[in-house]
Design a binder for this molecule. Sequence first.
Ligand SMILES: NC(=O)c1ccc[n+]([C@@H]2O[C@H](COP(=O)([O-])OP(=O)(O)OC[C@H]3O[C@@H](n4cnc5c(N)ncnc54)[C@H](OP(=O)(O)O)[C@@H]3O)[C@@H](O)[C@H]2O)c1
Length: 293
Amino acid sequence: MKILITGAAGQVGWELQRYLSESRLASEVIAVSRLELDVTNYQLVQETLSQHKPDWVINTAAYTAVDRAEDDKNLAHAINSDAVGRLAAVCKKINSRLLHISTDYVFDGNSSSSYVPTDSTNPINIYGKSKLAGELQILHTLGQDTLIIRTGWVYSAHGQNFVKTMLRLMSERQKIQVIDDQVGSPTWAGELARVICLAVEKDARGLFHWTDAGVASWYDFANAILRNSRRLNILKDEIDIIPISTDEYPTKAQRPKNSVMCKRSIRSALDYRGRHWRETLKDMLMDVQNGVS
Ligand SMILES: NC(=O)c1ccc[n+]([C@@H]2O[C@H](COP(=O)([O-])OP(=O)(O)OC[C@H]3O[C@@H](n4cnc5c(N)ncnc54)[C@H](OP(=O)(O)O)[C@@H]3O)[C@@H](O)[C@H]2O)c1
């Protein structure tokens, strides 16, 4: 099987390459970063895909700077929506399957229960709106052949994310403040890579939700990062973590209060339950300890 990965230098793209290099799923992996394949360059997309004719295109390329997107609407839509529609059209033309990654930010976060894939969407920031528009482009073009996996709170030893920011702040300060009224499910990109490969292997179709198991606030997550990092000697000192509300930490883009997503349908489609976020966090921190970056 031949797999082409877009956005290959990002967290998910990078973990996917690592997972594929250790699995027997693909005989050939073409991993292209933004520098090699800017997905907004339609002619290059057409040429690259037509040249390689991959069995699967896994689109991990995205405009992911959530706050910056508020002032950069056109570029966010160009990458997260227009380019996604184009990718879907080219995949259809050359008979490649497309697996696309989307986000919990398509929801407003006001639900009191976990979100199922059929729940109504209502994004509350530009990033979420652009990602939802990308989903709709795929559904319109690929219909029954659509494969979209929504995820959230993604982190890896490679790239920038909440865990890496916490490790830096915790090594510099004696006290930090962390939001405790937004909840979600921290998701290690290494485990997401495994799920992407399972979906490819099973030739899955549909709109799914995937995160690691369990629920946490950012405050809970920060406490687990501190505790495990001290156990692994990544951090030496105890520090104070102070819980604060979203109102006490204003950001340009609004974030959903509830990002918890129901995994029932993907667990059944892939016959895989996944692991608790507290377990996968340990794997990522082992990477950090081993100098993976
Ligand atoms: N991170 C999260 O918490 C999270 C949560 C929910 C869903 N997701 C989704 O998961 C997927 C992977 O995200 P991630 O966490 O791996 O993000 P990431 O680390 O920011 O990676 C995204 C990659 O896309 C690349 N990219 C940006 N514009 C591009 C373009 N025009 N053409 C080609 N590549 C381009 C970026 O390159 P540059 O860095 O060079 O710009 C980056 O390497 C995305 O679809 C994202 O929306 C992420």
